[in-house]
Write a protein that binds this ligand. Sequence first.
Ligand code: ZN
Ligand code: ZN
Length: 275
Amino acid sequence: MLTDYHVHLRPDDRDASLADALSAANVERYRDAATAAGIAELGVSEHVHRFRECLEIWDHPFWREVATDDIDAYCEQVRERTDLRLGLEVDFVPGREDRTQTLIERCGLDYAIGSVHFLGDHAVDWDRFDIWESARSPEAVWARYFETLAEAARSGLFDILAHPDLVKMWGTARPVPAGDPRRYYEPALEAIAETRVAVEVSTAGLRKPVGEIYPAPAFLAGAVEAGAPVALSSDAHHAEQVGFEYERALALLADCGVRELATFERRERRLEPIG
Ligand SMILES: [Zn+2]
Ligand SMILES: [Zn+2]
């Protein structure tokens, strides 16, 4: 059984509406793409920053620009009008754990996906608010990124850790620390071992400058050794990206000895054989 849980039906452009994203026709497009890719478990996990309520968590200038939707309407419409699992992609904002938990609980989700896109006000994966313009060194950015990912795991807020080594997204288009990156993974892998939070294997990195699956094989091997279950996703932003390059993800999972995937319903986790 295959899953695609980290999926956006709502395009990133400003004029797109939530109603269009959750229309029967659009949901059917995604469902058809999933069926064609052999994916039985399909979920939706819109970005928390699209919802007005996120401003209670964090008052970032970008969030203020785009937080226009109503989160209760999102949850109701997914439950009532679709057969998709209900998820949410939520940024981990250090120091705002209580407010984040309140928002997640209000939604009655099947799963919460925790992401680290920002370190302070700056983004590791976006040329707006680019952290690399002011970064002291690539070593400092990578160390802080994986320490923040560890904090996200330990927060207990999330069912799945999204794109675990997102900090590599730019590939060689930004500075990369020299040598074996495994030393940066360690704090995150320790936190994963303690919490057994599910780790996302995401093919989205194949569409980015780095051209690699998230996470790197060494990170995934460490997470599997630590006893973490794997959640498989494409981070699709269009129906055509559902199940994107899954053959490559399945080869990586086989190499790491992963034979089961995590599935989620009302935040209860179960492991299902891949097939
Ligand atoms: Zn993300
Ligand atoms: Zn996403």
